[in-house]
Design a protein around this ligand. Structure first.
Ligand code: GDP
Length: 290
């Protein structure tokens, strides 16, 4: 069992079950209540918390612990399995030629994540290039260029071109030696028609292999609506959660994963190009429950 970083109050509740061979409803409720407290504190959508609670409760009461397993270990196993089902596996990212499109609102961390992901692919022996199509946010071109220099990856952008589709067209021409093309797109401060239309045009032209939605770890209830809008527009295959080096635990993003029927691809853990991790369920679960 790989739930090593349990929060102290959940661990305490579980430890009270030590020595028991069967669980009664009160025991299960105590465990479920602790989990709910942690997950709601981590911004996990309330209906997801409810579904998870129901599954844990039902299984913990219905399933007999296998011979030799204590009630504590049995419920812990169920909690772990249900948490794995909630957070999902890591988005599949074959180490081969592909185009990845990044979508998200302004400030979510797209530009930073584009350079970080390019750096990550370069550590796997591939040749990535970032194509910067954000013609909306002043400074995006310069920021992206500098980060790509730091990451030592190819970069294409054109601060004098206003049409993002034209940038993608030229960008593809200019980065023919690259294996991985990461197309960064512009965001807006909120969801609007212009953003969605622009994104659809870029997507239609670039025909990416994967569309990733970039979300700030601090996103709360807004995740669902954002995910639905981006999902309806272009389809979302995976989520990148940024700013996990802050206090937010990123549980809000699970609503987006659920809404788009996708998975989590990467976690952003700082401002430099190396501050990126591939999503891995166990660490994320421990963080949510911690
Ligand atoms: P964009 O508008 O979506 O392209 O967002 P940016 O990439 O410009 O990021 C917005 C701000 O968040 C910038 O100040 C970034 O340095 C910061 N940022 C992005 N990712 C992370 C992260 O993982 N951790 C921290 N601490 N800051 C981040």
């Amino acid at each position: 069992m790989v739930l090593d970083n349990l929060g102290s109050s959940l661990r305490g509740t579980l430890d009270q079950l030590q020595g028991k061979s069967r669980l009664d409803e009160e025991d299960v409720d105590a465990v479920v209540k602790e989990i709910q407290r942690s997950l709601i504190g981590a911004d996990v959508d309330i209906s997801l918390v409810q579904d998870l609670s129901d599954s844990i409760r039902q299984r913990a009461l219905d399933e007999e612990p296998p011979a030799g397993t204590t009630a504590r270990d049995h419920v812990l196993k169920i909690v772990y399995e249900e948490m794995v089902a909630l957070v999902g596996d890591s988005t599949e990212l074959p180490l081969e030629s592909q185009t990845i499109l990044l979508a998200g609102l302004q400030g979510s961390g797209k530009t930073t994540s584009a350079a970080k992901m390019a750096w990550w692919f370069s550590t796997k022996g591939l040749r990535p290039a970032v194509i910067q199509t954000d013609t909306f946010r002043p400074g995006a071109y310069e920021q992206s260029k500098q980060m790509c220099e730091r990451a030592e990856v190819d970069f294409y952008g054109d601060p004098d071109e206003e049409d993002p589709v034209e940038i993608v067209r030229k960008g593809f021409e200019e980065t023919q030696e690259a294996d991985i093309r990461i197309v960064d797109t512009s965001g807006r401060s909120g969801l609007n028609e212009e953003l969605i239309e622009e994104l659809k045009e870029i997507e239609g032209f670039a025909t990416p292999d994967r569309n990733l939605l970039v979300l700030d770890a601090a996103i709360g209830q807004g995740a669902k609506d954002q995910a639905r809008a981006f999902g309806d527009a272009v389809g979302i295959d995976g989520v990148v959660i940024t700013k996990l080096d802050g206090t937010a635990k990123g549980g809000g993003a699970l609503a987006a994963v659920n809404e788009t029927d996708s998975t989590i691809a990467f976690l952003g853990t700082g401002e430099t190009v190396q501050d990126i991790e591939r999503f891995e369920p166990n660490g994320f679960i421990s963080r949510l429950l911690g």
